[in-house]
Design a protein around this ligand. Structure first.
Ligand code: FES
Length: 132
């Protein structure tokens, strides 16, 4: 079996939403001190909904694929739903990651949540509670 799924390879080779959002409403950064990889997520929020999202990831292929997939999963979604994004959901959407690469998807969850927090702090908006 190939180490990486077709989906991972697809998002690695052709990442969606790569780049910077100069007028972002929220920016979140997450890093892993062991591998040194860093992921940055930019959110544009309109009426409590993610109207645009971009990422910059300095890291491995799985981190790039996770960033790409995570941005696709939260685009157009209300913040309450965005906060439900888990690293497992990102990894599953990629048809799985090798066990030693699961931490790459954790960066996506953390960076997205940090970006929402940044938006809330900057705009005096209450951090939305996770829907049960
Ligand atoms: Fe650390 Fe992928 S090896 S984020």
């Amino acid at each position: 079996m190939a180490l990486y799924s077709e989906k991972v390879m697809e998002h690695f080779r052709n990442p969606q939403n790569a780049g910077e959002l100069a007028d972002a409403d929220g920016v979140g950064v997450a890093g892993n001190s062991k591998c040194g990889d860093i992921m940055k997520i930019y959110l544009k929020i309109d009426g409590g909904v993610v109207s645009d999202v971009k990422f910059e990831t300095f890291g491995c292929g799985s981190a790039i694929a996770s960033s790409s997939m995570a941005t696709e999963m939260i685009k157009g979604k209300p913040l309450t739903e965005v906060l439900q994004l888990t690293n497992q959901a990102v990894a599953e959407a990629l048809d799985g990651l090798p066990p030693h690469k699961l931490h790459c998807s954790v960066l996506a969850e953390e960076a997205v949540k940090a970006a929402v927090k940044d938006y809330c702090d900057k705009n005096n908006v209450e951090y939305p509670q996770k829907e049960k």
